[in-house]
Design a protein around this ligand. Structure first.
Ligand code: HNI
Length: 147
């Protein structure tokens, strides 16, 4: 289990409170689809993804990005138990969606970059380090049911 100091907890909460899910979700998912185009193979249900502008203007990508970010709220609320919180989600990505787990880290990095673009100077190196520790715990939890 990941250990958190009080300062780390408040940093994660402070970053989370500044995140607009409706902006960061769509932008982060679009970014992963554009920067790492092989991730498109999992999203046949989202329709046209052939060009960067198609991805950026795709309403289904935006909607799914919001779903992903909303799921992060569960991790923020359960920082001491992220693995159990995501057990069913991990199983879904493994057994049903067959998502290569390396992709979780790629999406986590795209979330960090998207958040940093919004927060700018508020996302200094120490804040980034703590935020990435949080997302690493999320990535580990999403991989927990892979075997
Ligand atoms: Ni992911 C569905 C959360 C990473 C491919 N994903 C979901 C759902 C949530 C979710 C929530 C909806 C589940 C449901 O319907 O019960 N996904 C997350 C989170 C991360 C993540 C929190 C990492 C931070 N997912 C990824 C990655 C990929 C991915 C990296 C592929 C590259 N996810 C999917 C696909 C679906 C999905 C595919 C189903 C989409 C659909 O058709 O509805």
């Amino acid at each position: 289990m990941v250990k958190w100091t009080d300062q780390e907890r408040s940093t994660v909460r402070a970053v989370w409170e500044q995140i607009n899910i409706d902006e960061v979700g769509p932008e982060a998912l679009a970014r992963v689809l554009i920067v790492y185009p092989w991730t498109e193979r999992y999203f046949g249900s989202l329709g046209e993804l052939f060009t960067a502008s198609a991805v950026l203007n795709n309403a289904k990508v935006a909607a799914h990005g919001r779903v992903v970010l909303r799921a992060l709220d569960e991790a923020v609320k359960n920082m001491d138990n992220i693995e159990d919180t995501y057990a069913a989600l991990s199983q879904l990505h493994y057994e049903k969606l067959h998502v290569d787990p390396d992709n979780f880290r790629l999406l986590a990095d795209c979330i960090t970059i998207t958040v940093a673009c919004k927060l700018r100077s508020a996302m200094g190196p120490q804040v980034q380090a703590t935020w990435q520790k949080f997302l690493s715990a999320v990535v580990d939890a999403l991989q927990s049911q892979y075997h």
